[in-house]
Design a protein around this ligand. Sequence first.
Ligand SMILES: Cc1ncc(C[n+]2csc(CCOP(=O)(O)OP(=O)(O)O)c2C)c(N)n1
Ligand SMILES: CC(=O)[C@@H](O)[C@H](O)COP(=O)(O)O
Ligand SMILES: [Mg+2]
Length: 621
Amino acid sequence: MKILPGINKTQDLRNIKEELLPEICKEIRDTILNTVSKNGGHLGSSLGAVELITALHYTYNTPKDKIVFDTGHQAYAHKLLTGRYKDFSKIRTKGGISGFPKRSESEYDTFGVGHASTSLSAALGMAVARDLKKEESKVIAVVSDGALTGGMSYEALQNIGQLATSMLVVLNDNQMFISQRVGSLGKMLTRLLTKKYVQLAEERSIRFLQNFSKLGNDAAKLAKRARAILFPGTIFEEMGFRYFGPINGNDLNELLPVLNDIKDTAGPVLLHVVTKKGKGYDLAEENPTDFHGLGIFDKDTGKSKSKVPVAPTFTKVFGDTIVKLAQKDSKIVGITAAMPEGTGLDKFRDAFPHRYFDVGIAEEHGATFAAGLAAAGMKPVFVLYSSFAQRCYDQILHDVCLQNLPVVFALDRAGVVGEDGPTHHGVFDLSFLRNIPGLIIAAPADENELQHMLKTAFDLKKPVVVRYPRGAGFGVEMDKELKTFEVGKGVFEHKGKDVNILAAGNRYHPALAAAAILKKENIDCGVANMRFVKPLDTGIINAALKKTANMVTVEDNMLSCGFGSAAAEYISDNNLTCNMLRLGIKDEFVEHAKSSELYDSIGISPEKIAQNIKIWLKSKK
Ligand SMILES: Cc1ncc(C[n+]2csc(CCOP(=O)(O)OP(=O)(O)O)c2C)c(N)n1
Ligand SMILES: CC(=O)[C@@H](O)[C@H](O)COP(=O)(O)O
Ligand SMILES: [Mg+2]
């Protein structure tokens, strides 16, 4: 008889005898593996954090005590222990529970996550609120080694040290990001894991303290400083934390007594736990990058069961093209914020290791680092997911565009991304970038255009954003030779006499399909491939309006301030006569579901574009 299905709230867990916890952890692991193999999702981090999450809920009085997860891709065990066992089979599916902690989903989800490095700030806010309200509760932030590389984490650490309020930071150190860990912080953590080193450093510190004890108060200060040099774990201590660890975070026998011991410690405490990414599933332990986040797969063999796309992904085309361009230009350097595989920059890394930079989960730094490289004559491309580019708005504006520095931003995962949901949809970039003077924003229609657009971006010697979606291309023919597009010029072949669609980026091919549907109903619909959102091809707008006043814009971005808005601004500023329908994302966050389902529900799939146009044209008569 299974125990896990009977746990509906964490008090049920706490009522269970400690000896049964390993069995519960096993059930959690089996459930995670079975479900992720069917639904896809974040496997390795979740498997690695099973004991840690179980021990935290067992020790602390949740939900009164608050656990704040960082990034949230490791929290499946938390979902299973907090009343979502039954819903777990629908995780990441349309209408099902989210893959990330989400406040609207459960009182146990204290803070919504998806983007890294927020846990320390959010947990501090909760701890301070508790103090101000004179309440009694504990606050625990669970942050992994990767998330700790993000700048926000340091901003929070120094503020926590300053405020010195009681809270626990659990550093879940699995020595991995999605890819191999990078950065000097990781090196420091690795040193801490070398037990011999730790013991030696501790002994030396104690001897040092004893030798200087006759110096009174000064000795303590001196000794503290010396300890920081001898025992690097004390970087946290120097920032105002009491540091405990490292302990084995996959061993309940180590976790439970330590958590119990430190539970009531006043002030900021940092507990360093060491876990194994993919724990309990050999294939994931051996290959944590492939099993970080994945689609459906056969759990016996680990082989993907997702349909193999016929066309190359945009990511692959980016990777291949950047290598091609860099072979001819030694000034091209590539930057990623901890996502070499996800962005396709791994190919560039392997070809040009000295021109490749993984800056960690540090998008803000990455953008200004690129600006510095450009200021010194290099040609940087910073490739990142559109939604993570939200992190570096000011760096793009203030450090790159204001100085007109030639940085190419390749924004992968622009538009809806599917099952990761609202934290990850890249549907804001056109809106938040379009207002930056001097920035060129390109939205290639397909994978063939992407390769030409990347060449164009470097040729322009200006700040350029090239945005393209997640997943496979449209299967169009790929030109062998790269060419340069004329900036701000699109393509408008067939001009419709009943209506014209102006399409941005990957909505061009669906718009063509929509026009074909409309043709069957005797509606003559033209389609323009805009290629650039800024500068806008206003010649296309003029040409379209010469044929008919009926104009439709379509984009996989927010309607507010997006591509359609740009067209509307031009029409209004020039007193043009136009009946306009703008298709895109209304003023709400897009939930998780398959991308195809989302295109449909937003109204920008071929069928829905055609249907929307038909209804709209009818309403005009
Ligand atoms: C701001 C931001 N940038 C990038 C990502 C993509 N991302 C998700 S998990 C991850 C690696 C996280 O490493 P770590 O925090 O150590 O957690 P682990 O995967 O090892 O459990 C990255 C880069 C993100 N979620 N948020
Ligand atoms: C948690 C996180 O931010 C990443 O793991 C992200 O989910 C990866 O997305 P892709 O699957 O699109 O690479
Ligand atoms: Mg990690």
